[in-house]
Design a protein around this ligand. Structure first.
Ligand SMILES: *Cc1c(COP(=O)(O)O)cnc(C)c1O
Length: 418
């Protein structure tokens, strides 16, 4: 039988234990929402102060050159690339995931129009993060409805070949489903998509920094993802875009601003796309956000992703086991897959009163989040979440369910953001 002491011993023996010092959380808080907004990095405030007072205050405009501002998207891109197996010169950190998907999908469709003409379907998951679906709908509308966005459920997407008719030009998939935590096999799925004649864009929002990713080794075409979730870049930190070397110079992307120009300071009247991944930039970059995001990436540069993944699975195994053992009489269902190869870095549990239950947990300083419909979502970030945190969370959940302490009007109040 597992008890709290057993969890404390696991924390003491945890090889990633020292990383807890790299993050700052309020006293008494168990933070299980790092898959939505990663915890504050210990170095963030000092870095922001340095950029504001010295680089901006003293360096002024000279800092575009002298403080490396101009190269930040590429500098950070290289660091992300190391985490997702992208290879050098293939990633930039810029814009939001939503905007990067627009650029990537437009370029991919343009390339497919040459390589596989006549295909008019863009396939994505019905259960994909809604912004991804909305962006694809916006893009196809912009392209005069020549293309159709077709939604398939995750089961179909996992067994893709049936959905991969010769109408499909592009498949956009989230590597890990934000709601259930279901993980796709990137290499096998990419291979199936290519065998069907389509291109693939992977959304890594819930896998970058959570598990080992091998974009180049999987033969992927393009990828996008967040830095403010598992990578702890800070609220609204810019996202990344990765494009395989073979596709980078094929077509320009449509948001062809001066930062993606081959020679931005020529101030030429015509757009000439830069060679390589820089052409996926658009306009002036948010230097403060990029600088703070780099602090998070530098923590990951010291972390062994295999160790991160194995602790993540141990944490989610423990969470699921305890939920089954200690909450047997409640109407809950664990919707995150049990098989390690199909699981990201979270545990999602349904309960008919999930919103109120999460509100009661948050009141006790245990912060997860609620996702429609009826999902209690617990993100497990191995660098700052421990086994005892999981124990305490399930115990609090047990207490809240046993005593119905979720059943109070204040736990029904919803803010603009859930
Ligand atoms: C969080 C998330 C996004 C967020 O996109 P933004 O443009 O940063 O708002 C997109 N896709 C997925 C799969 C996500 O989980």
């Amino acid at each position: 039988m597992i008890d709290r002491t057993a969890c404390e011993i696991r924390d003491e023996n945890d090889p990633l234990r020292a990383f807890r010092e790299d993050f700052v959380l309020p006293e008494g808080t168990i933070y299980l929402d790092g898959n939505s907004l990663g915890a504050r990095t210990a170095g963030a405030a000092a870095r922001a102060h340095e950029v504001v007072t010295n680089e901006w205050g003293t360096g002024l405009i000279r800092s575009w050159n002298t403080a490396g501002w101009f190269d930040l998207p590429v500098t950070l891109g290289e660091k992300i690339s190391g985490l997702v197996g992208g290879g050098s010169g293939s990633t930039v950190v810029t814009d939001s995931t939503s905007i990067n998907l627009f650029k990537a999908a437009a370029a991919a469709l343009d390339i497919q129009a040459e390589d596989a003409p006549g295909r008019t379907v863009v396939l994505t998951q019905q259960e994909n993060f809604p912004s991804d679906i909305y962006l694809l709908q916006g893009l196809t509308r912009q392209l005069g409805d020549h293309y159709e966005v077709r939604l398939v459920d995750d089961e179909v997407a996992a067994g893709l070949p049936t959905a991969l008719t010769d109408e499909v030009a592009l498949v956009v998939l989230s590597h890990v489903n934000y709601r259930t935590g279901r993980l796709f096999d990137m290499a096998a799925t990419t291979e199936a998509i290519h065998a069907g004649g389509a291109a693939v864009i992977w959304d890594l929002c819930h896998s970058a920094g959570a598990l080992e990713v091998d974009l180049a080794g999987s033969g992927a075409d393009m990828a996008i993802g967040c830095t403010y979730k598992f990578l702890n870049g800070g609220p609204g930190a810019p996202a990344f875009i990765w494009v395989s070397g073979a596709l980078q110079n094929r077509r320009p992307q449509p948001l062809s601003g001066w930062w993606g120009h081959a020679r931005p300071f020529d101030m030429a009247a015509d757009y000439t796309p830069a060679e390589g991944i820089r052409r996926f930039l658009t306009g002036t970059q948010p230097v403060l956000s990029l600088s703070v995001a780099e602090v998070g990436l530098d923590i990951f540069a010291r972390a062994d992703m295999a160790a991160v993944r194995s602790k993540s699975l141990e944490l989610s195994d423990l969470f699921m086991t305890l939920a089954e053992q200690r909450l047997p009489d409640h109407p809950i269902e664990i919707v995150t897959p049990r098989e390690h190869e199909h699981r990201g870095s979270q545990v999602s549990i349904t309960h008919p009163e999930a919103f109120a239950v999460m509100s009661a947990l948050i009141e006790r300083g245990i912060i997860g989040d609620y996702r429609e419909p009826s999902v209690l979502r617990f993100g497990l970030t191995p660098l700052y979440v421990g086994f005892t945190d999981v124990w305490d969370t399930v115990e609090a959940l047990r207490d809240i369910l046993d005593n119905r302490s979720w059943d109070a009007p204040r736990h029904q109040v919803r803010g603009a953001v859930t």
